[in-house]
Design a protein around this ligand. Structure first.
Ligand SMILES: [Zn+2]
Length: 376
């Protein structure tokens, strides 16, 4: 069974969920095939998470919630647990409006059940990448295009300019034949670059990687439209005519990961610059929650796995690391086991980029595990 994947839109649906004060159940399941290869294993993983959630509901004396949790158990029949290709599954349910959303996760998660006033988004937020990738495969006579995201690439066009076949029909001398082929290859590459730019204008993508023999690379880069050249982030070699979508993805993924890690390093570099006096950055929980409150955040950085206790004002939403009364309206602040969740939710609702730092996590930990680049 197919479930929707984690996208900024899916996060938006969860952020906007109206609960009318009813608790929200958030379940995270690992679908790691080495740990839980059979549906029966998934079934028992889900059952034990549901039991955990029921225990939490009983502790808080929420009888309606217990009914709701049992409803999820009944709805998630085996068929719904047979998710292809996903590494994890997240399930969100709330009694209000019989809300139920299941998302297939591209990365593994630690199994966990939460019963909270809002959906728990922390484990998801780093997976919601909306960037579009294009992989262009070019040989001296063939062109193929794959587009998608870091989870999946699909082939969109298949053009075979059979240069050699056309030429071998003429009775040319060896030298003329060779010059003719070079000219044809140049034309083929120009044609390819033109087609790519046309397609890009209809359906834009964020980044381009090119799979071609090394000797074609300079010609291709020369003929790419400047707008596309600016999006080119990597090159790989592959059997252009025979590679499957899976093999292509296998070559592209390391380039995507390299790009993401470089992006992390560059945001962390901006953070280092921003920490200077009069710089535009906040570090640590206190400063960053305040910056979020003041609507000054442009990028929110969170160290992978970071959680921290904190407070929010039930009346105006003010977020703070310490409790007491809200400085804005004097209401008693409400305690949260993990206020980072509230910060993520606020950022998603405001379309602020949330960067979960993984590759360079130690550097962010030294800066308090949470930080932000600020607009001013
Ligand atoms: Zn307040």
């Amino acid at each position: 069974m197919q479930h929707p994947t984690v996208t900024p839109q899916a996060l938006g649906r969860l952020v906007e969920l109206q609960t009318d004060g009813r608790p929200v159940l958030s379940l995270y399941m690992s679908l790691d095939p080495t740990l839980a290869p059979h549906i029966a294993d998934r079934r028992s993983e889900l059952d034990s998470l549901l039991l955990d959630a029921i225990a939490q509901a009983r502790d808080s004396g929420e009888l309606g919630t217990e009914r709701e949790i049992k409803r999820v158990g009944r709805l998630f029949v085996d068929e719904r647990l047979a998710v292809d290709g996903a590494r994890g599954l997240a399930i969100f349910a709330c009694e209000t409006g019989h809300f139920l959303e299941a998302l297939a996760l591209p990365e593994g998660v630690a199994p966990a059940a939460y019963l909270d006033e809002r959906p728990v988004l922390g484990p998801l937020v780093g997976m919601a990448r909306s960037e579009r990738w294009c992989a262009l495969l070019v040989s001296s006579r063939a062109t193929r295009m794959f587009v998608g995201d870091r989870e999946e690439l699909a082939e969109v066009e298949d053009l075979l300019d059979d240069v050699h076949r056309r030429h071998s029909q003429g009775g040319w001398s060896q030298a003329r034949y060779k010059r003719g082929i070079e000219k044809e290859i140049d034309e083929h590459i120009r044609h390819t670059c033109g087609l790519l730019f046309e397609r890009y204008r209809r359906t834009p993508f964020d980044h381009l990687v090119v799979g071609c023999p090394l000797e074609l690379r300079p010609r291709l880069e020369r003929d790419l439209h400047p707008e596309l050249r600016a999006r080119l982030v990597g090159h790989f070699e592959i059997d252009v005519e025979r590679a499957t979508a899976e093999q292509t993805y296998g070559r592209v993924l390391p380039l995507i990961e390299e790009y993401e890690s470089a992006r992390e390093r560059s945001v962390l570099e901006s953070l280092r610059e921003g920490i200077a006096p009069d710089g535009h950055a906040s570090v640590g929980l206190d400063e960053t929650l305040q910056a979020l409150d003041e609507e000054r955040v442009s990028v929110l950085l969170i160290a992978h796995g970071f959680t921290a206790a904190g407070f929010s004002c039930p009346r105006c939403g003010h977020l703070a690391a310490s409790g007491g009364r809200c400085p804005i309206d004097g209401s008693p602040m409400r305690a949260h086991q993990n206020v980072v969740e509230r910060a993520i939710e606020r950022a998603v609702a405001r379309s602020i980029e949330v960067l979960v730092v993984r590759a360079n996590v130690e550097e962010l930990r030294r800066a308090g595990s949470i930080a932000a680049l600020l607009r001013y």
